[in-house]
Design a protein around this ligand. Structure first.
Ligand code: MN
Ligand code: MN
Length: 279
């Protein structure tokens, strides 16, 4: 358990305990960690506080909606609700913002804390993923408040960790990450099936991978980039959100240190940057 987080864990517990309604948000264009952290925390609350109303919000991602569905909400739903965001570094990235300043807001995340928009900010950059952090929160709740988890929660946490560590390949994979994963594997879920399902892509997107490999450019030694125009996406029938998922395909290029995708999103160009250490 991350000792320095304990005071915040207790504050979060108290807030959840005193709230009858909890609404959980994630970031736009959700990835497995966004889904996994939001869904696992929602179910953790539901099974340990069965009388509370728990609502999940966020636009669905076609490749991950098999995990669970979200609900449509209206401003009235937020009356007296506790709002929790997971895996969402900055306020503008929160998917769905019908809550107001009257709502108590808890941020749970693992990105560098540039925007502490919550009333409570549980942010830890040492963990691989928000899911790893939620598991740590659970360890505290188990010890102090007799919380339990189930196989579905374990599965959701596992896929978030797998997603953010690139199947335990990236440098954010620590001893603790593997320890958590091994604890989660003791639960009854079909790991292979769920990972396969999560990583299944459409034929259009598979063909777009060829475009990535054919068209990336070397900017200077160790730096590569790929420009993706609207015409490119139209040609392959893929969306800006979908093309982003291919960015790590360049990772194994010899001598590569840093690389990015510049994606034309119509009114803006989104630049996604990845690196292997120096920056
Ligand atoms: Mn994420
Ligand atoms: Mn994450």
């Amino acid at each position: 358990m991350i000792k320095s987080n304990i005071p915040l864990y207790e504050e979060i517990y108290k807030k959840i305990k005193e709230s009858n309604k909890i609404i959980l948000h994630r970031h736009e264009r959700p990835d497995p960690d966004a889904y996994g952290s939001q869904g696992s925390l929602a179910e953790l609350i539901k099974i340990n506080f069965p009388d509370k109303k728990v609502i999940l919000v966020g636009k669905e991602s076609p490749s991950l909606s098999f995990l669970f569905n979200t609900e449509e909400v209206v401003p009235d739903d937020y009356k007296d609700a506790l709002v929790i965001t997971t895996d969402t570094a900055n306020f503008p990235r929160i998917d769905g913002k019908l809550f107001t300043k009257n709502n108590f807001l808890i941020k749970i995340d693992h990105h560098p804390p540039l925007d502490n928009y919550g009333d409570i900010n549980l942010v830890n950059t040492e963990v691989s993923s928000t899911c790893e952090l939620i598991y740590d929160l659970y360890l505290y709740l188990r010890e102090r408040h007799n919380f339990v988890i189930n196989s579905n929660i374990a599965m959701l946490l596992y896929i978030g960790i797998v997603g953010d560590t690139g199947r335990f390949l990236f440098s954010n994979t620590t001893e603790n990450t593997l320890k958590v994963a091994s604890e989660l594997m003791k639960y009854d879920f079909n790991m292979t099936e769920v990972i396969d399902r999560m990583e299944t892509i459409s034929e259009k997107l598979m063909r777009f991978r060829a475009f990535i490999f054919e068209n990336y450019q070397i900017y200077s030694e160790g730096a590569a980039y790929l420009k993706i125009t609207k015409d490119d996406m139209d040609k392959y029938g893929v969306t800006p959100g979908e093309v982003s998922s291919g960015i790590n395909l360049l990772r194994s290029l010899k001598n590569l240190q840093v690389w990015c995708f510049a994606i034309d999103e119509g009114n803006k160009v989104r630049v996604r940057i990845r690196s292997k250490g120096p920056c």
